[in-house]
Design a protein around this ligand. Structure first.
Ligand SMILES: [Zn+2]
Length: 331
């Protein structure tokens, strides 16, 4: 077995099988395994009944034969599968359009059905939990190696094989994947793998998922900013001590400009509450009455970091950034 470092569903889905030293399942089974009910529907039928495409529901209907979903000789179905998994070459425009519609529909389900994302996470967690320690270690290694390798090369997309992937979406997938992996928890591994699977399968349609799940909310802009390269952002992710905070905004009447505070008890957005002033501490949440500390010692990179018990940001670093901005503006 050989790991291929292209962001294609066929490659990312295979990583889990490589970790346990097994041959990956067939394409139809992989789609059914990682994205149940979205692309494939299992139907009752004769043992070797050819798979069909259901144009109304945009799903492949297949029967199970010897533990595997049976494709048979339908060239339409294999062309669609090849498009989704990133293996088919050819110019069958109809199948290409169909696969694209399936991607759109899948992104829609993932973004609008809250339970579906939870279901995906739960399934992947189940697959990872049955691995023994050594297999899990190999899997995490393969995952991080894969993410780093693909982050290093800009893949020229061959339009005959793959759907396009905008730079921004590609970087969002890789960045989020590595960020999750770096948490070094089971949940982080699950999320990292999910980012890879979604990004490789849905291609540009995963932009919708990215916008929905991007959790960073603090405006004390750090260098690198959004304009910096993926390598810069990854370097910051792994070596934050090499960077310092910069604040570019102009909300200088606030003590903590650009920083949003949330109630530790009920999660309410405190900045929006009547009479809130970030010079006042503690602030009693108007929703639940909890007294929240408002200070530079309780500022986190993201709500996620706070929930995960990560360390708050360096208070001196934040206050220096704000002071520097005040000086700049006063000049
Ligand atoms: Zn509250």
């Amino acid at each position: 077995m050989e790991v291929k470092y292209d962001l294609r569903f066929g490659n990312t889905a295979a990583l889990l099988f490589y970790a346990i030293g097994e041959k990956p399942m067939k394409q139809l089974d992989l789609l059914d395994m990682f994205f149940p009910c979205l692309f494939v529907v299992e139907v009752e039928g004769k043992e070797k009944q050819e798979a069909e495409f259901d144009d109304v529901n945009l799903r492949i209907k297949a029967v199970r034969y010897h533990d595997s979903l049976y494709v048979g000789s339908s060239s339409r179905v294999s062309q669609i599968l090849g498009r989704l998994c990133g293996t088919a070459r050819g110019n069958q425009e109809k199948e290409r359009k169909t696969a694209q519609l399936m991607q759109k529909q899948a992104a829609s389900v993932i973004c609008t059905t809250t339970d579906y994302m939870l279901l995906l996470q739960e399934d992947i967690r189940k697959y990872l939990e049955v691995l023994d320690d050594e297999e899990l270690e190999v899997f995490v290694y393969l995952l991080s190696h894969f993410l780093i390798k693909v982050s290093e090369h800009t893949e020229e997309c061959d339009p005959d094989i793959l759907f396009p992937l905008d730079r921004e979406v590609f970087e969002g997938i890789v960045y989020n994947g590595l960020k999750q992996l770096r948490r070094d928890t089971m949940e982080g591994y699950v999320n990292a793998y999910l980012w890879l699977l979604i990004g490789s399968l849905l291609r540009n349609e995963s932009g919708r998922v990215l916008r929905l799940y991007d959790s960073s909310f603090i405006n004390v802009n750090r260098t690198p900013s959004e304009n910096d390269t993926l390598q810069d952002r990854l370097n910051y992710l792994f070596h934050p001590e090499e960077y310092e905070s910069v604040y570019y905004g102009d909300e200088l009447d606030r003590k903590y400009p650009g920083i949003e505070f949330y109630c530790d008890q009920c999660g309410a957005h405190l900045n929006e509450q009547d009479g809130f002033d970030d010079h006042m501490t503690p602030w009693e949440c108007t929703a639940c009455g909890y007294e929240n500390e408002i200070s530079e010692y309780v500022i986190y990179e993201s709500q996620e970091d706070m929930r995960m018990g990560k360390k708050p940001l360096d208070p001196d670093d934040i206050m220096t950034a704000i002071a520097r901005r005040r000086e700049e503006v006063e000049k």
